[in-house]
Design a protein around this ligand. Structure first.
Ligand code: SF4
Ligand code: SF4
Length: 294
């Protein structure tokens, strides 16, 4: 199904109130894993977005300086397959605090030590978010692939030993009524793996990419309308305060990077205006009140 709202109902526009956060897709759509629920369909062969080069990252950083950006996020794909990842981390930390999203499976002891050194040289905070599916090895590997549980746990332990206590990110695959019980189980899992500051981030599933192929697509009526924002401030949406830079231009948000209509321009300045919420994914943002930020 085409997830774009083509009805005659007026599509609400989200204003950009200020540019607070700049995301960069430094891993492109390339990933060492191929999770069954990936809403961008990332994997070892998805070259839709190439990895960003250090030079591209520097260009966006320089542009962001004059625009009031307060913090930076990097994602992919998997950021640690980028051959310039350490230089990219150092470059971003010259400009502000950074959250790096990773699946954790490539973080060796040596890499974690190098990350610790990078953090010690910067006045800005470097934080990692490691994504997993479950505290149960079999459940996790069913979605993320063979051996991913063991490798991600090792990555989490290496980061913790290096003093970089990571945040565990999970896509909600349980009923909301069980939130408290599941959150406790994930926090206990982190404590059992010696994470000094156990924290989790639960994200909703977006019915895009492989998740849509494996679960379902958005229904015809899953769109936002102006009525959806009568009792909800539209500027609470993350696209009111952030943009997503990639190797092929700047997109409205990290969720819609595989959707041409979400590409707003070549430079950040091209994108400093409102955006029509015509995609069904916007419905998930509205219903859950989610943000990709930590
Ligand atoms: S969900 Fe994350 S780890 Fe899994 S394939 Fe997608 S980008 Fe890679
Ligand atoms: S998917 Fe969410 S963050 Fe992206 S444009 Fe729609 S409402 Fe904004």
């Amino acid at each position: 199904m085409d997830a774009i709202n083509k009805t005659t109902v007026k599509v609400p526009e989200v204003p950009l109130t200020r540019l607070e956060t700049l995301w960069m897709q430094v891993g492109g759509t390339l990933c060492n894993l191929q999770c069954t629920h990936c809403f961008i369909s990332c994997g070892p062969q998805n070259y839709n977005h190439e990895m960003m080069t250090l030079a591209q990252v520097r260009e966006y950083l320089e542009e962001s300086k004059g625009l009031g950006v307060k913090d930076y996020y990097i994602t992919g794909g998997e950021v640690f397959i980028n051959p310039e990842i350490f230089e990219i981390l150092e470059a971003i930390l010259e400009y502000g605090p950074l959250d790096a999203l990773t699946n954790g499976t490539l973080i060796t002891k040596e890499k974690a030590q190098r990350l610790k050194e990078i953090q010690s040289r910067s006045a800005h905070r470097l934080q990692f978010r490691v994504s997993m599916e479950s505290f149960d090895e079999e459940e996790n590997n069913k979605i993320r692939g063979k051996d991913t549980y063991r490798k991600a746990v090792e990555g989490i332990r290496h980061l913790s030993e290096a003093g970089l206590s990571p945040i565990l990110t999970i896509t909600r695959n349980w009923d909301e009524a069980n939130d408290a019980e599941m959150e406790k189980k994930f926090l206990d899992f982190l404590k059992a793996n010696d994470v000094p500051e156990p924290r989790i981030k639960v994200l909703p599933g977006f019915l895009l990419g492989r998740l849509a192929e494996n679960i379902r697509n958005y229904d015809e009526d899953e769109h936002v309308t102006e009525k959806c924002f009568e009792s909800y401030d539209i500027t609470n949406l993350q696209c009111a305060t952030s943009r997503m830079a990639t190797g092929k231009g700047v997109y409205v948000c990290p969720i819609l990077v595989e959707h041409d209509e979400a590409r707003m321009g070549t430079t950040i300045k091209d994108t400093l205006h409102s955006f029509p919420l015509a995609h069904s994914a916007c419905y998930t943002c509205r219903v859950t009140g989610m943000t990709c930020k930590s």
